[in-house]
Design a protein. Structure first.
Lengths: 586, 574
C-alpha cells in the first residue's frame, strides 16, 4: 500500500518535473514573498517600539519605517499575483498533460480492455479523478512552498530575536506534523474507497442516462432510481468518513499551535519581567513581534497538515489515473512491420483459433483461402461467430493460434493502420462522431473535396435526405442532435466507405436498417464497387449474397459449408434449410 | 439557488450548529489579543508573575475548548454537506427520470453526466468549506472590528473603512468569475463528450485509423478547457494580493494614527499592539478565505448548472386514468409530429384505427417516419397536431405508469443493462416469476441463449456486449413480453435475426398474444405481410393503408417493395 503510494507520488513528481523552469520561478517568488512578509512585521514591531508613551513618540521615524513597509507590501502583492498565476499554469498544464496522455492511451488500448471495462468508470477517471487531483495539486503548490519557506524564514527571524524562546517553538510545533501524518495515513484508504465508489456511481449514471430512453420506455424510472440510490448512499457514507476524519487534522494542529502560542507568551513575558532594567532588555515590542511570528510560524504547519490530507485524496485519484495511463497498450506494430500498399486482396487463414475467454471456445482450427477480388458472403444463425470473424480480420482481436495472411503476409506483421486503412467497413451498429454530416462522411479521407463528398453521398443514396436537413452537409449530428433515423445514419456510414474506396471491404449487415428499395440501389453501387475488391459480406437477406463467389455457412464458430449459392442449394444442407425458411410461403 | 436550498432542510440542525460552533471557536480566538494585552500591561508592566502564568493557562484552556468546538463543527459541516449533495444528486437523478424524450434530446447526455458527477462534487466541496469557514471569516473580520471599537473609536474607524472595501473586492471578483467557471464546466462537458464518444465508437475509429485525429481533437478541447481555467485562475488570483495590500495599508495607517494618539496620551502602547493584532487576524482570515472563495465560486457556478436541470421540467402532463382495457383499440386521427427544432414534420396527418388483438405492420423507406410514428403510442413525444385515442380516451388522460405499463416496446437499438439475465427481464415486470420469465424468453426464441450462458443468473455486461446482436434483440423482445403488454411494439427489432428465426419468432408471438395489439415496424415485407393492416409510410405521410392483398393491388410502392424481396426470388426458386 505504502509502496504503491510512494510510486504514485514519484510519478506525479515526474509530471511536475516537466515544468522545472516555472517551478524555479515560482520558488524564487515564494522566497521573495516569504522574506518580505516576514520583514514587514519587523518594521511594524520597530515602529511599535518607538511608541513608548505620552510625549515619547518619534513620529518622523515611525513614518519612515511605515513607508518602507508600504512599499514592501505592494511588491509582495505583485509577486503573489505572479506566483499564483504561475502555479495555476503549472497545475492546469500538468492536468492537461495527464488527460491527454490518458486519452491517447485510450486510443491505443486493446479493444478487449474497452470491451471488458465499464465505460463510465473510464470516463470518471479521465474527468472526475483528474479534476480532484488538480484541486489537491494546486493547493499543494500554493501552500506547501510558501508554507515550508515561511517556517524556515520565521524560524531564522525568531532565533535572531531570542533563541531561547524560539527553541520552545521549534520543539513543540512538529507535534502537529506527527498528528497530521497519523491522520493522513489512516484516511488514505478512506479516500481510495470514496474514489472507487465515485467511479462506480459514474458508471451507473453513464449506463442509465446513456440509455434513458429505454428506461422511460419500460417505466423503469423507480428501479433505476433505487439502484442509483443504493450507490449514492454508499458514496455519502464513504465521503462523510473521508471528509470528517481528514478534517480533524486542522483543529488538532491548531490546538497544538495554541499551546505553542501560550508557551511563547509565558516564556516571553517572564523574559521581559526578568530583563526589565537590564542593559539589553527583552522589550514588549519584541514580544509582540515574537508572538506574531509564532502565529506566522504555526500557521503554515496548519496549512501543510491540511495539504497533507488534501494530498491523500489527490494521490488516491492520481493512482486511478495512472492505472489507466499505464494499462498495457495493444502490442505495438513491429518496427519492421509492413506498410500495406495497394494489396491485391488475397486472404488466407490457416488453422486459426480464437476465443474471448479460455473457458468458452469459439473459432477453432479455421482454414480459408480467398483469392484476390473475390466476394465472400458469411451466413449463419445469430451468435455463430460472424462478428468475431470480422474482429479478427480487422485485428480488433488477434488470433490465439494459427494465422491470417493478406497478400502472403501475416497480418500481425503489417502495421495496423495500413491494414485497417485497406479495409472499408460498414457495421450494423452505426456510429457517428459529434460534428457535421460532412465531417462524418470525410472521416476516412479528411482531405476530400466537397464534390467528392457529395458524390459519395449520392452513391450511398444519402444525398437527397442530407440536402433536406436544416443545414445540409453542415448540419451538426451526433451525441444528442440525433434526429436522424437509424437508416439515415447507416446511409452516412455507407457514404464514408464510398468515399475511401478501399481495396478490401467488410459489410456487416450494412443495410439492415435501410428500406429494401433503397437497399437494392445501394447493393448495385456496392456491386460496382466490389469489382476487383476482396469483400466480406454478412447478411441475413440471402437475396443480397446469392451472387457471391463463395458463401461460408458458419455455425458455432466453424465453417460447416462453403461453396457458391448454386452448389450449396444442390447440396441440400444447412444453407438449403436457411434459404427455404426465408422464402417459404407461410 | 432556491431550488437547491431545500435539500438542506433535513440538515437544519447541522447547518446551524456547524457554523455556530465555528463562531464560538472564533470568538475564543478574539479573546486572545485581550489576554495578551492584559499580559503586557498588567503582567509585564507590574512584573506580576502569577498573573502571567494565569493568563497563559487561560490561553491553553481557550485552545482546548476551541478544539472541542472545532471538531464538533467539522463533523456537522461534513455531515450536512455530504448529506446535502447526496440528496441533491438523488433528486437530480429522480428529476432526470421525469424528463421526456424531447428534453433529453435538447439537453444531451454528456452534460447531464458531468452535472451528476463533477458539478455535484464541486458543490459538495464548496458547501463543506462554506459551513466550516465562511461564517467564521466574516465573523472574525467584523468581530475584530467591534473589538477595535471597544479599544478606541478613533482608531477603529480605519477598520470601518477598509472592511467595506474588502467586501467590494471579494464580491466583485466572485461575480466576475462565476460565469467564467460556468464556461470551464461547459468545456469540461466537451472533454467528457469526446471521451464517451471514443469509448462507444472505438471500432469505427480504429477501422478508419482515426486515432490520431481523435487525439488531436481531444487535445484541442482539452487545451480550450485549460486556457479557460488559466484565465479564470488569473482573475481569482487577484483576490489575495489586493486584500493583502488593503489590510497592510490599513495596518500602517492604524499604527501611525495610533502613534499620534499615544503621543497625545489618549492611547497606551499595549492598546496599539492589540489593535495591530486584530488587524493581523483579519489578514490571516482573508488569506484563508481567498482559497475558500475560489471553491465557493466554483460551487456556485456548478450549482447554477445543476439548478438549470431542475428548472427544465417535462413538457408533458399526465392524467390519472389506468389503461385496463383497450376497448375500441387505438385511434390515430390526423396526427402530425414535428420535433422541436426540426424544420419539417416527421409524421404528417396520419389517421388509422388498430383494434384489440390486431397486428399492424408499418413499412416504408429510410427516414419515412416509421419510428416517429410508433414513438407517439407510448407518448414518448406528443403529437403536434391531431389526436390519439386509446380505449376511447385521449392518450394524455392516462397516468404515465398506467400507459407505459400497458405497452411493451422493443426499441430499434437493442440495449441491455449490466446485471443478470433475470434482472434484465424484470425490467418488464418486477414481480414476474422465473416461470413467467422463461415463458417470455421461449416465445422470443431465446431459450438457447439462456441455456448457453448458464441460466437466468448469467451475467450480462454493460450494453449487453457479451452477446451477439441477434441474441440481444431476442432478449429485448423477451423483456417486453415479460410485461404481458396490451400493446406490443416491435421497432425493426428483428433486423439482426436470420429469416428463419424471425419467422418462428413472429408466429410464436402471434400465437401467444391473442388480445394484444401488435405493431411491427420492419424493412422486410415478409415480417408484415400477414398483418391485419399495413401502413405504408412515405416521407412522413401514409401513402397507403390496407391489407397485404389490397396494397399489392393498389400501391405501386408497396408492390415494388414486395417484388424486390420476393418476386424474382420465387422465379428462381422454381
Amino acid at each position: 500500500m505504502n509502496n504503491k503510494k510512494s510510486s504514485t507520488l514519484s510519478k506525479v513528481l515526474s509530471y511536475i518535473g516537466r515544468y522545472k523552469f516555472l517551478m524555479l520561478v515560482s520558488a524564487l517568488l515564494a522566497i521573495g514573498i516569504v522574506a518580505l512578509t516576514l520583514y514587514v512585521p519587523i518594521l511594524i514591531g520597530d515602529s511599535i517600539d518607538l511608541i513608548i508613551g505620552k510625549d515619547n513618540v518619534d513620529l518622523a521615524a515611525i513614518a519612515k519605517l511605515l513607508i518602507t513597509a508600504g512599499i514592501m507590501v505592494v511588491i509582495t502583492a505583485v509577486m503573489q499575483w505572479i506566483m499564483s498565476s504561475i502555479n495555476n499554469k503549472i497545475t492546469y498544464h500538468i492536468v492537461r498533460d495527464m488527460r491527454n496522455e490518458a486519452f491517447s492511451r485510450l486510443e491505443r488500448l486493446p479493444i478487449s480492455y474497452i470491451d471488458s471495462n465499464s465505460k463510465g468508470d473510464i470516463v470518471s477517471r479521465i474527468i472526475s479523478d483528474v479534476d480532484q487531483f488538480a484541486d489537491g495539486l494546486l493547493l499543494g503548490f500554493t501552500q506547501l512552498f510558501t508554507g515550508v519557506l515561511t517556517i524556515v524564514g520565521t524560524l531564522l527571524f525568531m532565533l535572531f530575536i531570542n533563541w531561547k524562546i524560539a527553541l520552545v517553538v521549534v520543539v513543540l510545533t512538529p507535534i502537529s506534523l506527527v498528528i497530521a501524518r497519523f491522520i493522513g495515513t489512516r484516511t488514505h484508504s478512506m479516500f481510495t474507497l470514496r474514489s472507487k465508489t465515485n467511479g462506480e456511481q459514474t458508471a451507473n449514471i453513464d449506463e442509465t442516462l446513456g440509455n434513458q430512453k429505454v428506461v422511460i420506455a419500460f417505466s423503469h424510472e423507480d428501479e433505476a432510481l433505487e439502484r442509483f440510490g443504493e450507490i449514492n448512499a454508499r458514496l455519502e457514507k464513504a465521503s462523510l468518513k473521508a471528509i470528517f476524519f481528514s478534517s480533524l487534522v486542522n483543529p488538532t494542529t491548531r490546538f497544538v499551535n495554541n499551546i505553542v502560542y501560550a508557551a511563547v507568551a509565558l516564556t516571553g513575558a517572564f523574559a521581559a519581567v526578568m530583563t526589565a532594567g537590564a542593559s539589553v532588555p527583552f522589550t514588549v515590542g519584541q514580544l509582540s513581534c515574537l508572538l506574531s511570528y509564532t502565529n506566522q510560524y504555526t500557521k503554515p504547519f496548519n496549512e501543510i497538515s491540511g495539504v497533507v490530507t488534501e494530498f491523500q485524496n489527490a494521490l488516491a485519484c492520481a493512482g486511478r489515473i495512472f492505472e489507466l495511463i499505464e494499462q498495457e497498450r495493444e502490442i505495438p506494430d513491429a518496427p519492421d512491420a509492413l506498410v500495406l500498399t495497394d494489396p491485391s486482396g488475397e486472404i488466407k487463414i490457416t488453422d486459426a483459433s480464437f476465443s474471448y475467454t479460455p473457458e468458452k471456445k469459439l473459432i477453432e482450427h479455421l482454414d480459408l483461402s480467398v483469392a484476390a477480388g473475390k466476394r465472400v458472403a458469411i451466413v449463419g444463425p445469430t451468435g455463430c461467430g460472424k462478428t468475431t470473424f470480422i474482429n479478427l480480420l480487422m485485428r480488433f482481436y488477434d488470433v490465439n493460434s494459427g494465422k491470417i495472411e493478406v497478400d502472403g503476409t501475416d497480418i500481425r506483421n503489417i502495421t495496423r493502420d495500413s491494414l485497417r486503412g485497406n479495409f472499408g467497413m460498414v457495421l450494423q451498429e452505426t456510429w457517428l462522431i459529434g460534428g457535421t454530416v460532412r465531417d462524418n462522411i470525410a472521416m476516412g479521407r479528411p482531405d476530400a473535396t466537397d464534390e467528392e463528398i457529395k458524390n459519395a453521398a449520392k452513391l450511398a443514396h444519402a444525398h437527397s435526405f442530407i440536402k433536406r436537413l436544416s443545414n445540409g452537409y453542415d448540419t451538426i449530428i451526433g451525441d444528442s442532435g440525433g434526429s436522424l433515423s437509424a437508416g439515415q445514419r447507416q446511409l452516412i456510414c455507407i457514404a464514408r466507405v464510398m468515399l475511401t474506396l478501399p481495396p478490401m471491404l467488410i459489410l456487416d449487415e450494412a443495410t439492415s436498417s435501410i428500406d429494401t428499395r433503397t437497399e437494392i440501389k445501394i447493393q448495385e453501387a456496392f456491386s460496382k464497387m466490389m469489382v476487383g475488391r476482396t469483400s466480406f459480406v454478412v447478411a441475413h437477406r440471402l437475396s443480397t449474397i446469392k451472387n457471391s463467389d463463395i458463401i461460408l455457412v458458419m455455425k458455432d464458430g466453424n465453417i460447416i459449408e462453403q461453396g457458391s449459392h448454386k452448389e450449396l442449394l444442390r447440396r441440400g444442407g444447412f444453407y438449403r434449410e436457411l434459404y427455404d425458411s426465408q422464402f417459404a410461403k407461410t | 439557488m432556491k431550488k437547491l436550498a431545500k435539500f438542506l432542510k433535513g440538515y437544519i440542525p447541522e447547518t446551524i450548529l456547524g457554523p455556530l460552533f465555528k463562531l464560538l471557536e472564533a470568538s475564543l480566538e478574539l479573546i486572545v489579543p485581550l489576554v495578551i494585552a492584559g499580559l503586557i500591561d498588567n503582567g509585564i508592566g507590574k512584573s506580576d508573575k502569577p498573573y502571567i502564568i494565569k493568563m497563559c493557562l487561560l490561553l491553553v484552556l481557550l485552545g482546548a475548548v476551541g478544539l472541542a468546538f472545532s471538531v464538533t463543527a467539522q463533523y456537522f459541516a461534513a455531515k450536512a454537506s455530504c448529506g446535502f449533495v447526496s440528496k441533491m444528486r438523488y433528486s437530480l437523478f429522480e428529476h432526470i427520470q421525469t424528463l421526456s424524450y424531447t428534453e433529453l434530446d435538447t439537453i444531451g447526455t454528456s452534460t447531464l453526466i458531468t452535472r451528476m458527477t463533477n458539478d455535484s462534487n464541486q458543490v459538495q466541496t464548496g458547501l463543506n468549506l462554506t459551513l466550516r469557514l465562511l461564517l467564521r471569516s466574516p465573523f472574525v473580520v467584523f468581530g475584530a472590528m467591534i473589538m477595535a471599537f471597544t479599544i478606541d473609536v478613533k482608531s477603529a474607524l480605519t477598520f470601518a473603512v477598509v472592511i467595506p472595501l474588502l467586501c467590494v473586492v471579494v464580491f466583485g471578483i466572485m461575480l466576475a468569475s462565476i460565469p467564467l467557471y460556468k464556461k470551464v464546466q461547459s468545456r469540461l462537458d466537451g472533454v467528457l463528450g469526446k471521451t464517451r464518444e471514443n469509448l462507444h465508437g472505438v471500432r469505427v475509429i480504429r477501422a478508419f485509423c482515426q486515432e490520431d485525429e481523435q487525439i488531436e481533437e481531444f487535445e484541442r478541447r482539452n487545451e480550450a478547457l485549460t486556457d479557460m481555467q488559466k484565465f479564470v485562475g488569473k482573475i481569482s488570483a487577484l483576490m489575495n494580493p489586493i486584500t493583502y495590500i488593503l489590510i497592510n495599508v490599513a495596518t500602517l495607517v492604524l499604527i501611525y494614527t495610533g502613534a499620534v494618539q499615544v503621543k497625545h496620551g489618549s492611547l497606551t502602547q499595549g492598546e496599539v499592539v492589540a489593535l495591530y493584532n486584530y488587524m493581523a487576524q483579519i489578514l490571516v482570515e482573508l488569506v484563508k478565505m481567498a482559497n475558500l472563495i475560489i471553491s465557493i465560486t466554483k460551487a456556485l457556478a456548478s450549482a447554477g448548472r445543476i439548478q438549470s436541470v431542475f428548472e427544465t421540467s417535462s413538457t408533458m402532463t399526465y392524467g390519472d386514468a389506468e389503461l385496463s382495457d383497450l376497448g375500441d383499440g387505438i385511434v390515430f386521427d390526423g396526427v402530425s409530429l414535428r420535433y422541436s427544432g426540426a424544420a419539417e414534420a416527421s409524421v404528417q396527418n396520419i389517421s388509422f384505427t388498430a383494434k384489440k388483438g390486431e397486428t399492424i405492420g408499418i413499412i416504408g423507406g429510410t427516414g419515412s417516419g416509421k419510428s416517429s410514428l410508433i414513438n407517439l403510442i407510448p407518448r414518448f413525444y406528443d403529437a403536434t397536431e391531431g389526436k390519439i385515442l386509446i380505449g376511447g380516451k385521449r392518450i394524455s388522460e392516462y397516468s404515465k405508469d398506467g400507459l407505459r405499463e400497458a405497452i411493451g416496446i422493443v426499441p430499434q437499438k437493442a440495449v441491455l443493462f449490466s446485471g443478470t439475465i433475470r434482472e434484465n427481464m424484470l425490467w418488464g415486470n418486477g414481480n414476474a416469476t422465473d416461470e413467467e420469465i422463461m415463458r417470455a424468453i421461449e416465445i422470443a426464441q431465446g431459450a438457447s441463449i439462456v441455456a448457453d450462458k448458464g441460466g437466468l443468473d448469467a451475467h450480462i455486461e454493460q450494453g449487453g456486449k457479451n452477446l451477439s446482436g441477434g441474441q440481444r434483440q431476442r432478449l429485448t423482445i423477451a423483456r417486453a413480453l415479460v410485461k404481458k403488454p396490451k400493446i406490443l411494439i416491435l421497432d425493426d427489432s428483428a433486423s439482426a435475426l436470420d429469416y428463419a428465426t424471425d419467422a418462428t419468432l413472429r408466429s410464436s408471438i402471434a400465437k401467444n398474444t391473442e388480445d394484444t395489439t401488435v405493431f411491427i415496424v420492419s424493412q422486410r415485407a415478409s415480417s408484415i405481410m400477414h398483418a391485419d393492416k399495413i401502413i405504408l409510410l412515405d416521407d412522413g405521410e401514409a401513402a397507403a393503408i390496407g391489407t397485404h392483398e389490397e396494397l399489392l393491388a393498389t400501391s405501386d410502392i408497396y408492390r415494388e417493395i414486395y417484388e424486390t424481396q420476393f418476386g424474382r426470388e420465387e422465379d428462381e426458386n422454381e
